[in-house]
Write a protein of this length. Structure first.
Length: 317
């Protein structure tokens, strides 16, 4: 099939593009620039790359038409962040594609209630990103169920892999937290360290998109959590990383208002966003309907990424 990926040069596309090419699909990648994938692969030589500024073309009402002009059988949209953008591309592709797959997020749930969360739980999103993603998800599923538009929504957690810094055990992205743990130094967690984070390796997210394509009949009109088999508490995450580096944990705890004063405002905001959501999502629906089988636990995914950071000397012990 002729597959157009929007934003395929990033985390997910690094693994999804080679999967598609090696399975015999014709792949076209639309992206803003010509950045290389995080992990090199010969399959990229067979990909047609198209440069486009989605924001500008959305504003001009042209992006949906651009995608339609490529005559795709399947469209995989990895970088849609507003309902208006989603509506434009759906109207352009209505009646023109076999399958449309959108990258959502577990943050569309808002805060966790019953855990692990299932896809059918009521939504209470907060923050502009989560609110917009929830609106896009609701719109696409409504279009699929009421008008037959062939949409599927995949909902990743915290995507990790080699080439970039993973979400760390205090809930932000400063890589020096891993160096601190690696040296066996004390680490202070917010509150009691019992909030949760739910990682997923980028390769497993790619697998979910690929399998949703394969199991088209089971995936159209559905949404699927795309995460590792189990979430981690901040405390459990930190303890496991100390053990991985060969140290006993040296953990301390501070209430939120005191803890936030120990980090930058940017780090505090990132941590607050993550612990306020505390995602913990079930993958049983994806296992059942599209045969999703993640290859990595949360810790395996993080440890691969941290190994890359060490190899690249982005952190030193």
């Amino acid at each position: 099939m002729r597959v157009v990926i929007i934003g395929g040069s990033g985390h997910i596309g690094t693994y999804l593009v080679p999967m598609l090419v090696e399975s015999g699909h014709e792949v076209l990648n639309i992206s803003r620039g010509q950045r290389a994938a995080y992990v090199p692969h010969a399959a990229w030589k067979q990909v047609q790359s198209i440069t486009a500024d989605r924001d500008a073309e959305d504003a001009a009402g042209q992006f949906g038409e651009r995608v339609r002009s490529l005559k795709p059988d399947v469209v995989i949209d990895l970088i849609c962040f507003t309902e208006a953008s989603a509506r434009q591309i759906v109207e352009a592709l209505r009646g023109q594609v076999r399958h449309f797959l959108h990258c959502g997020t577990v943050w569309s749930h808002g805060h966790s209630t019953t855990v692990p969360a299932t896809e059918d739980q009521p939504r209470a999103p907060f923050g502009e990103y989560g609110i917009q993603k929830a609106r896009i998800e609701a719109y696409l599923l409504q279009e699929a169920r009421r008008t037959g538009f062939p949409a599927t929504v995949l909902m990743p957690g915290h995507i990790v892999g080699p080439g970039y810094v993973p979400l760390n055990p205090v809930g932000h992205f400063n890589p020096q937290v891993y160096a601190q743990i690696g040296r066996g130094e004390p680490l202070t967690l917010p509150n009691l360290g019992l909030e949760t984070v739910h990682h997923v390796h980028a390769e497993d997210v790619a697998q979910a998109f690929y399998k949703a394509m394969i199991y088209w009949g089971s995936s159209v009109g559905e949404n699927f959590h795309t995460v590792s088999p189990a979430a981690l508490t901040l405390r459990g995450y930190a303890e496991a990383m100390y053990a991985w580096f060969g140290h006993s944990p040296k953990l301390y705890y501070l209430g939120w208002e005191d803890w936030r004063k120990t980090v930058t405002e940017q780090e505090a905001q990132a941590t607050w966003d993550h612990i306020a959501h505390s995602p913990n999502a079930s993958i049983e629906k994806a296992r059942r309907l599209i045969q999703y089988q993640p290859r990595h636990t949360s810790l395996q995914a993080v440890q691969e990424a941290v190994s890359w950071l060490l190899a690249q000397r982005q952190i030193t012990l």
